[in-house]
Every structure is written in structure tokens, then in C-alpha cells.
Design a protein around this ligand. Structure first.
Ligand SMILES: Nc1nc2c(ncn2[C@@H]2O[C@H](COP(=O)(O)OP(=O)(O)OP(=O)(O)O)[C@@H](O)[C@H]2O)c(=O)[nH]1
Ligand SMILES: [Mg+2]
Length: 369
């Protein structure tokens, strides 16, 4: 699986749920080892997480180009030359290709916000998200209205911008005061920040300094991200006065989430800032947290059942898969391998008698010593 910016959603995997890579090709006479099965690369959007049926994360593709191996492909069968011995100069046996791993996974797409809206409670972050995107977060005239981060997608010239609105930050947030700390994590991977400040506050510039300080305490990396400042509520008289008095330099925009004043300019600034923003540092290679491992255990278990004997074990099951039961040479080799893997000994220890039924994976046969 590979994360690609060319793919924007998972709809392809909704339409088609079963994907097979090629199995390894069969080995053949004339010393031919079978080809390895060709890789199957599933392209998914950046932000795709693959989970196994227990909900464990198999892969977390959080940046463009991230890759993870979900299932190992089958190897090619060995050709007849591998089975040559002093008595068998041209063995009629060559292995079939081996099947690859098979597994069911759930794909989950988490949107990765490029822009984080960060500011004190009640500054109008959610109002801004609502004004700039189709998201409809809860907005109210009290602090900590937003309890969970919300994402919205802004349509702008040249594309879509995912923005995250997080709960308000108060002094001490970086030490865990309020809700801020927990949620700053959600903007850690954004490319740029918009500091949203309530222009009607007693000292908006102090608020801005406080918020920047908390962000810096949380992560120096995050504080170095490009940003723009939105001094909100410019529809109100005190904020208009503030704007008139302000000699502030820098990326400062007086806006009103309510009336829409200044929003096009703010959007332009966001687009420009994003264009110049470096990719947030990739978090190392895609984490492949849990992968099914191809059979390496040689453990053989024999179970005595009413109808006969059941043999279990990865190696022996693979052996059955590799054996062409139609070929005498192949069967002879199968016998030798059963001995080598200790299957015959295990069967005998379990009390098998000539003529008893023995089953390994999908194959059933009559036991003959
Ligand atoms: N006059 C005016 N009021 C605004 C503006 N933007 C937001 N408000 C009001 O400010 C209050 C807080 O707005 P929210 O968008 O909920 O603020 P928030 O920053 O998301 O607040 P928390 O989620 O609590 O951190 C609401 O009553 C909004 O209606 C604006 O541009 N002008
Ligand atoms: Mg809010």
C-alpha cells in the first residue's frame, strides 16, 4: 500500500473489496524456477490507516509516498534442478508456486489538516471554520464550546484546504490546563497555523503572545511553523478602533467571521502561507506495527479425532500447498519432507495405524508407513 497525493478518497476500495497480487509461478523442468509473483500496489490517500480485524493498526500512511507491506507475496516454486540427487538426475518434480499471505483489512482515512486554528476560548475559531468551510461546528457565547476537534474543507483557488478547529487554549495549556494540551496534538501535523484572537478582549496582543507561548512550550517545532494572525470580530466598534490604532507589522488580518469582512484576504494569506510552508517532518517510515509473518515455525501438532488424524503446522501446511499431488515425483518428495518435518514420527506417537485417515490442510490421505 502506498500513500499518494493523486488519490483523494477510498471510494475505489468501496467498489472493489478483493485484491489479489499474483502468486509465484510454478517451478518447471529444464531448471526453471518459477517467477516471483508481481507486486500489487494499492494506492491510497495520504492519511490512510489500515487496521486488521481486531482493530490493530497495521499501517499508518501519514505522508505522501509512505509505503507499507500488508501481505507478503508468494515466491516462485523451485525448478526440478533443485531436487536433483545422486540417484535422481532428472527429477520429474518441480514445486508449484506458493500462495501469498491473505488477510482482511479495514481502511480508514483520517483527514490530515494542513491548517490549525489556534486561539483562546471564545475567540471565534469555530465561527471562522464555519465561515471558511462547509463544516458546521457548534458556536456559542461561552468558553470551551468546542470540546472535540472539528475538521472542515475550504475550497480555494488551486484546491482544497483541510482546517482543524480545536478547543480554546488558555494560559498553562501546554502544562495541561484546560483542554488545550490534548488537542494541540491534533494540530501537530498541520503545515501552518492561524492564530485566532478575539479583538474585543482587554488586550488582544497579550492574548496572541500567550497563545504563541503555549504553542512554543508544547512544541518548538510547531511554533516554528508559518502562521497568520486573524484578529476577529472587526464588525464590532472596539475592534475597528484597534485596527485604526494598530502599527503592528507581520501577517495580521482583521476579520469578522460573522460579517465576512476580511475573509477573502485571510484566505489568500492562508493559501500563500501554505504554498511556502515546508512539509511537516515525516514521522519516519510508515509504521508497520503488526504484520502477519509467513510460516517459519516448524511446529507440528497432531490431533486424534473420531475420523482420523488432523495434522497442523505452518511448515507442513505450506508443504501441502507446494505439492502437486498428481505427480509421482512430487509425492515421493512429499513423503521425504513429512519425515524430515517429524510428521510421521508425530503421527506414530499419536497411534496412527496403516490405513488410517490423515488430514493436512485441504488434503486427506490414507496413512502408509
Ligand atoms: N460580533 C462577532 N461575534 C463573533 C464573531 N465570531 C464569533 N463571534 C461570537 O463569539 C462567540 C464565540 O464564538 P465561537 O466560534 O464559538 O468561538 P470559539 O473560539 O470556537 O470558542 P471555543 O470553542 O469555546 O474555544 C460566539 O457567540 C460567536 O457568535 C465575529 O466575527 N463578530
Ligand atoms: Mg469553538
Amino acid at each position: 500500500m502506498k500513500a499518494s497525493t493523486g488519490v483523494s478518497d477510498l471510494s475505489l476500495y468501496k467498489r472493489r473489496v478483493r485484491w489479489n497480487a499474483e502468486p509465484g509461478a510454478n517451478g518447471a523442468g529444464g531448471r526453471k524456477t518459477g517467477r516471483k509473483g508481481a507486486d500489487l500496489m494499492l494506492e491510497v490517500p495520504v492519511g490512510t490507516v489500515a487496521l486488521d480485524h481486531d482493530g490493530a493498526v497495521i499501517a499508518d500512511l501519514d505522508h505522501a509516498g509512505a509505503r507499507a507491506v500488508l501481505a507478503q507475496g508468494g515466491s516462485g516454486g523451485r525448478g526440478n534442478v533443485h531436487f536433483k540427487s545422486s540417484t535422481r538426475h532428472a527429477p520429474d518434480y518441480a514445486e508449484p508456486g506458493i500462495k501469498g499471505e491473505e488477510l482482511a483489512i479495514t481502511l480508514d482515512l483520517k483527514l490530515i489538516a494542513e491548517i490549525g486554528l489556534v486561539g483562546p476560548p471564545n475567540a471565534g475559531k469555530s465561527s471562522l471554520l464555519s465561515a471558511l468551510t462547509a463544516a458546521r461546528p457548534k458556536i456559542a457565547d461561552y468558553p470551551f464550546t468546542t470540546l472535540n476537534p472539528e475538521l472542515g474543507v475550504a475550497e480555494s483557488r488551486g484546491g482544497r484546504i483541510v482546517m482543524a478547529d480545536i478547543p480554546g487554549l488558555i494560559e498553562g495549556a501546554s502544562r495541561g490546563v484546560g483542554l488545550g494540551l490534548r488537542f494541540l496534538r491534533h494540530v501537530e501535523r498541520t503545515k501552518a497555523l492561524v492564530y485566532v484572537i478575539d479583538g474585543t478582549s482587554p488586550d488582544p496582543w497579550k492574548d496572541l503572545a500567550m497563545v504563541q507561548e503555549e504553542v512554543a512550550r508544547f512544541s518548538s517545532d510547531l511554533a516554528l511553523r508559518p502562521y497568520v494572525v486573524a484578529i476577529n470580530k472587526v464588525d464590532l466598534e472596539p475592534v475597528r478602533k484597534l485596527r485604526a490604532r494598530s502599527r503592528r507589522k507581520g501577517p495580521i488580518h482583521f476579520v469578522s467571521a460573522l460579517s465576512g469582512e476580511g475573509l477573502p484576504q485571510l484566505m489568500d494569506a492562508i493559501v500563500t502561507t501554505l504554498a511556502g510552508a515546508p512539509e511537516p517532518r515525516p514521522q519516519g517510515p510508515a509504521r508497520a506495527i503488526k504484520l502477519p509473518v509467513a510460516g517459519t515455525r516448524s511446529g507440528v501438532a497432531v490431533e486424534r479425532l473420531a475420523w482420523g488424524f488432523m495434522v497442523r503446522g505452518e511448515r507442513v501446511e505450506r508443504l501441502v500447498e507446494r505439492t502437486d499431488m498428481e505427480s509421482e515425483g512430487s509425492l515421493a518428495r512429499f513423503q521425504t519432507e513429512l519425515d524430515r518435518l517429524g510428521v510421521n514420527a508425530a503421527l506414530e506417537a499419536a497411534g496412527v495405524q496403516p490405513g488410517d485417515t490423515v488430514r493436512i490442510a485441504e488434503v486427506e490421505f490414507e496413512y502408509q508407513p
